[in-house]
Design a protein around this ligand. Structure first.
Ligand code: ZN
Length: 128
């Protein structure tokens, strides 16, 4: 596990690296899609499920509220590793343990979607 930022200034009691929050159970990797609310991040990942009737796989998506420790402070578009831990709040029972990298494809898609929704500037032919 790599230590990301300053190790001494971590005031987060629910930090698995500096305050020994115990982790157990399942591990996942996903993309942060929302990190506005303080120490909470919403993480999304995709998985394949086999459909016997069609003899094919379908893609299913899972979104999860996770605890985002101060020292990691993952941002939107980061690829993170998360581990199951004790319930931290009503909807949080996973904690981000590591920032792996950036999901450039996700960020680029978001940007294109925002552009597509914005009103298009009028072309010369329309203004005539
Ligand atoms: Zn920490």
């Amino acid at each position: 596990m790599t230590k990301t930022t300053s190790t001494t200034n971590c005031a987060d009691n629910n930090c698995p690296i500096h305050h020994g929050l115990k982790t157990h159970g399942r591990l996942f990797r996903g993309t942060v899609i929302e990190a506005k609310a303080g120490k909470t991040a919403t993480v999304l990942w995709q998985r394949k499920a086999f459909l016997p009737k069609y003899d094919r796989y379908e893609t299913r998506r899972t979104t999860m509220h996770t605890h985002n420790p101060e020292c990691i402070s993952a941002k939107k578009g980061d690829i993170v590793a998360l581990t199951e831990c004790k319930p931290i709040s009503k909807t949080k029972h996973f904690v981000i343990t590591e920032k792996i990298g950036s999901d450039y494809a996700y960020l680029a898609r978001e940007e294109l979607l925002i552009q597509a929704e914005a009103p298009k500037p009028k072309t010369e032919e329309e203004t005539k």
